[in-house]
Design a protein around this ligand. Sequence first.
Ligand SMILES: [Zn+2]
Length: 306
Amino acid sequence: MNRRLSEIGCKTYRGTSFALPYRVRETDFTNFAGVIPGADRSLPPVLIGAHYDSVIPHPCADDNGAAVAITLAVAEAVAKSGGLERDLVIAIFDAEEPPYFLSEAMGSTRFYEDQVDERGIHFALISDLVGHDVTVPENCLNGLGAKIASPLKPLTFMTGAESHPDLPKLLDEIQVPDGMKLIATLNEYVGDMSDHAVFRWNAVPYVFLSCGHWEHYHQRTDTPDRLNYLKMAAIADYAESVCRRVAGAKLKDFINHEDPIEFEAKTWKRALGLFYKPVAMLLGVPNFKTRKHIEKAAQALQSFGL
Ligand SMILES: [Zn+2]
């Protein structure tokens, strides 16, 4: 990790090393963080992050090698372009998986609590489980299988548009690359699945990207040959655009959260295209326009094991 961050052209975030060790209850862990300096280094940075630990001693390519690769690809692209309007922090976290998940030892939590510098964080983009095609089990497809299976593969889910009232509009202006199809939903439908949790708890604007669970989740069969590298490249492009766009935005102080329903409804419409109606039928809703229908659709997707 040290070598790769250095090759990309990152500066260290704190001290002289990318490695940021920490210790919790007699156990040693290590986060890594690098920085691509931006135009105004006094501003709070944008952070892009993913965990690198794995739940079992196997490749765990989708969980979470793919997200680490995407994070480093964004860092490299931003470095080559000469940086953003503010610093970009590349954070590679330890201890996301059980038994540390959502515990005090979780790498992202220790990073935010103990390792973030005095500038704080402007916005965080976290990804987890972003290497695979979305598949719905055959028995859930109600005979629509052949028709619907392939348009569902590029789906990529986002939560967090609700974390700041300026985000839905900013995100809506970003073109989603070919190779992925974005669907935005509320974080509360799925819960704090990954390292965005600590940012949400601390009211840091964030988005979380994930393709959800799949049959190889936390299995020895989560291997690199099963990943979709074209989809990953599209997600990397998209993540870079989000970092770039939000880095240039002020993000006003706010009191009330706003419901990003309109943005969410647009993402479903764009992502599903011609398959809007059949997918709505499959998920048991007339459309994806209201909070109630989107909530029901999100529950149906989760009931399929996503
Ligand atoms: Zn994970």
